[in-house]
Design a binder for this molecule. Structure first.
Ligand SMILES: NC(=O)c1ccc[n+]([C@@H]2O[C@H](COP(=O)([O-])OP(=O)(O)OC[C@H]3O[C@@H](n4cnc5c(N)ncnc54)[C@H](O)[C@@H]3O)[C@@H](O)[C@H]2O)c1
Length: 303
């Protein structure tokens, strides 16, 4: 298979590229290196913004069968501060990726969506067919990407699968971002820096290991899940306080976070039901949190 991966030097994308190469596929990466790093010498890297018309030329020349689209503006806070920049990357960029897929004759686009599209869900774990309710420009732009996928499928027969990712963690996640709590706690606890828990520590998130997410992308690269959206999460809620304890124990560091007031807009709870992904993609998360954290901390110690 010839797979083009946008955002392929980032956290999830670079892990996906390594898996596709290990599986024997031809891989090309498109990334502007705004936050990613060139990590896969065996994939051809095209340093390019996904909005660049040259992406269409590249697809017409290289003719990928599949495009895995992960490049994005990923910060919710930045999207609130500057919604135009968010929309340019996530909406205009996705349209250019779809044009490239169409004109390059790709069969399918596999898209990284986000649990942000569910807003403040009424039911947790969020069922597969739950209504969307975007509450940030980032959520709106990610959902727009899904709408354009459906539009290109209806209009041009371009297949897609949208994967709604919960809180992904694992090797190569940057501690600089706002969402990578595992990376932030791991980095701080391994280097003796203070850690902060916002609120009373009971806020929950659904942590899914990056290898499991990559496996979901690989499964979606086939014909499974054509024209559908799947939640990639575990359905398990972990509180911030529990997460801190697990990482402190695994890192051999004191479990003594500082508590600060909750940040406005933070969701009190989130988890998604992965059951439809088992049905549609044969996907189940195989790593529980302790084993995923062990691998993450081992990587962080070495890097
Ligand atoms: N990490 C998570 O928990 C999570 C959760 C939900 C959804 N997602 C989605 O998964 C995808 C990957 O996220 P990640 O955590 O690996 O982020 P990341 O920041 O590590 O990777 C994004 C990559 O895209 C590149 N990029 C950004 N804007 C670009 C542009 N305009 N043109 C070309 N390249 C560009 C960056 O350089 C980076 O390499 C994103 O679409 C994100 O919205 C991630």
């Amino acid at each position: 298979m010839r797979a083009l991966v946008t955002g392929g030097t980032g956290f999830i994308g670079s892990n996906l590229v390594d898996r596709l190469l290990a599986d024997g596929h031809d891989v090309a990466v498109v990334d502007d290196l705004s936050s990613g790093h060139n990590r896969s010498p065996h994939a051809s890297l095209h340093v390019m913004d996904i909005r660049d018309p040259a992406l269409v030329d590249l697809a017409q020349t290289w003719r990928p069968e599949i495009i895995c689209h992960l490049a994005a503006q990923i910060s919710v806070r930045r999207s609130v501060a500057d919604p135009r920049t968010d929309a340019r990357a996530n909406i205009e960029g996705t349209i250019n990726v779809l044009e490239a897929a169409k004109r390059g004759g790709a069969r399918k686009v596999v898209y990284a969506s986000s649990v942000a599209v569910y807003g403040r869900p009424a039911v947790i774990p969020v069922p597969g067919g739950a209504p969307t309710d975007p509450r940030s420009p980032y959520a709106a732009s990610k959902l727009s990407g899904e709408l354009y996928l459906a539009t290109y499928r209806a209009l041009h027969g371009l297949e897609y699968t949208a994967l709604v990712l919960s809180n992904v963690y694992g090797p190569r996640q940057s501690p600089q971002g706002e969402a990578g709590v595992v990376a932030i706690f791991t980095d701080a606890l391994l280097s003796g820096k203070p850690t902060v828990v916002y609120g009373d520590g009971t806020q929950t998130r659904d942590y899914v290991f990056v290898d499991d997410v990559v496996d979901g992308f690989v499964r979606a690269c086939g014909t499974a899940g054509d024209g559908r959206r799947f939640n990639l999460g575990t359905g398990v809620q972990t509180t911030d306080r529990e997460l801190h304890t697990l990482i402190a124990e695994a890192a051999g560091a004191p479990d003594e976070p500082r508590f600060e007031p909750p940040r406005p807009g933070d969701l009190p709870a989130m988890a998604v039901d992965p059951a439809p992904a088992l049905d549609g993609l044969g996907w189940v998360p195989r790593h529980d949190l302790p084993s995923g954290l062990k691998a993450t901390i081992a990587w962080a110690r070495e890097s």
